[in-house]
Design a protein around this ligand. Structure first.
Ligand SMILES: Cc1cc2nc3c(=O)[nH]c(=O)nc-3n(C[C@H](O)[C@H](O)[C@H](O)COP(=O)(O)OP(=O)(O)OC[C@H]3O[C@@H](n4cnc5c(N)ncnc54)[C@H](O)[C@@H]3O)c2cc1C
Ligand code: SF4
Ligand code: SF4
Length: 417
């Protein structure tokens, strides 16, 4: 049996009632809390209202990220990191399918009653819709990446009504933040949280606009990924695979509000509150796993020798790439045209970047620092009064080497959130 939401309604074989449309909030990614029977919970659950990253890191992992452990300020608390791939990749998965395979294992072994995750809308393969899956074989429906927002957590109450006490949840950082903030109120006996990193998300409508710009056959695209080799990979129905260098993407043709302010100012790139994060940024062409606590280690162990694990590599230097990025964000945030590279230089730099640019963990650090800078500059310009609530201390540490420090009114000096 499955429960899923479509067109903002929960349709369920159990007859669970529909949910109201989400109330409008300016900084909101519709994680689902506002659609529950108690939408006022957003006030304490939302990462865009008054987040407490420090408190939740301690609650979830037993400690806050440590400046004395290499990479924790960048990636959050962890026990181990790996470059990883499933020996036999799962068909339809975004990468090799580690994320959905872990959840499938939990169902196979009866460790959870259901998995809460996304599947594709039947009318639009790029639109995510939440789903509760309680059969291992149905995890294949969840595989792959969709662009957009969907109210994952709106299915927590239906899960409770179905008597599910042991859940696994797969989600992106803004969903997992709210989940963790509400965890104690859910009455669960067991919760496993499998997170993916997330950046530069936008509405599914905007994403379609982007697809229209990068290919004359957008309806035939079956797969898209921004890869760590500085290319976007597109796969088409007829089996064709195309890689477009980032530098040759028509980003300057996109409207200014293409990326909503939420995603331009989101400070949790690597999903620090998950038990295990499964991404690709530090994986140099493979996946990147961050086990964050005992449960995360347990989840990884479920894969046994289905997964090949190697230490992550790191090469190149990030500083000048991040400086260049900061200059462009400053120009864009100030309404000025971006510094454009001459067309003749683009293919040369596109060829050079995967070879001499930051790679592996250095690439992941680069992206995390860029995101920190982007959050500060966009909030400073568009919602300065939110800075002291939304920008935690570790983001200022990441931005410091790039001459960005908080003004007195931009920090909550009473705490080091
Ligand atoms: C919008 C977005 C941006 C991302 N950006 C990055 C990034 O910058 N760097 C990085 O390392 N990784 C990023 N990821 C994660 C990456 O795309 C892969 O999901 C991850 O590497 C796992 O691959 P896999 O083969 O194990 O996943 P699979 O086994 O294919 O499972 C993917 C899981 O993600 C869920 N999912 C798909 N779309 C959404 C969505 N819109 N919202 C919530 N859940 C969803 C699916 O339901 C499924 O459970 C992003 C993911 C999303 C959704
Ligand atoms: S908690 Fe979720 S639904 Fe509520 S405002 Fe935040 S993102 Fe939106
Ligand atoms: S970038 Fe941040 S705010 Fe936007 S969807 Fe991803 S996790 Fe949520």
């Amino acid at each position: 049996m499955e429960i899923s939401t479509q067109n903002n309604q929960i349709t369920a074989t159990t007859g669970i009632s529909s949910v109201e449309a989400a109330p409008h909030r300016s900084l909101c990614t519709d994680c689902g809390v506002s659609r529950t029977s108690n939408p006022k919970q957003c006030a304490s659950a939302c990462q865009f209202i008054k987040p407490d990253y420090k408190g939740l890191e301690i609650k979830v992992h037993g400690r806050q990220r440590s400046p004395d452990i290499e990479d924790e300020i960048h990636f959050g608390p962890f026990t181990r990191m790996y470059r990883a791939s499933l020996r036999t990749p799962s068909p339809g998965a975004q990468w090799s399918g580690i994320t959905t395979r872990i959840a499938e294992k939990l169902l196979e072994q009866g460790r959870v009653d259901a998995v809460l995750t996304m599947q594709a809308d039947p009318n639009d393969k790029w639109r995510p819709v939440p789903i509760l899956i309680n059969q291992a074989m149905d995890m294949s429906k969840a595989r792959g990446m969709r662009m957009g927002y969907a109210p994952l957590l709106s299915l927590l109450e239906p899960a409770q009504r179905l008597g599910y006490k042991k859940l696994a949840i797969i989600g992106i950082p803004c969903q997992i933040y709210a989940l963790r903030a509400l965890e104690q109120t859910l009455g669960l006996e067991e919760l496993f949280v499998i997170g993916t990193p997330c950046s530069d998300n936008t509405t599914t409508e905007n994403f379609h606009q982007f697809l229209n710009l990068i290919t004359p056959k957008p309806e035939e695209v079956t797969y898209l990924e921004f890869k760590a080799n500085y290319h976007v990979e597109l796969r088409f129905q007829n089996g064709l695979v195309k890689e477009i260098p980032f530098l040759q993407l028509p980003l300057s043709d996109l409207p200014k509000d293409f990326f909503p302010l939420t995603c331009r100012t989101c400070v949790d790139y690597t999903n620090v509150l998950s038990d295990i994060t499964v991404g690709y940024m530090g994986g140099e062409g493979e996946q990147w796993i961050i086990a964050r606590n005992k449960k995360g280690e347990e989840l990884l162990a479920l894969l046994g020798d289905e997964v090949v694990l190697t230490p992550p590599g790191s090469a190149g230097k990030r500083h000048s790439a991040v400086v260049g990025f900061k200059k462009n964000v400053e120009l864009a945030a100030g309404g000025l045209p971006l510094r454009k590279m001459p067309n003749w230089l683009r293919p040369i730099v596109s060829w050079l970047m995967p070879r001499i640019g930051p790679r592996g963990l250095e690439f992941a650090r680069t992206r995390v620092e860029m995101k920190a800078i982007e959050s500060i500059l966009h909030l400073r310009r568009e919602l300065p009064s939110r800075m002291k609530h939304m920008v935690p201390a570790h983001i200022w540490s990441l931005a410091k080497p790039y001459d960005l420090s908080p003004k007195p009114e931009e920090t909550n000096s009473a705490s080091s959130r």
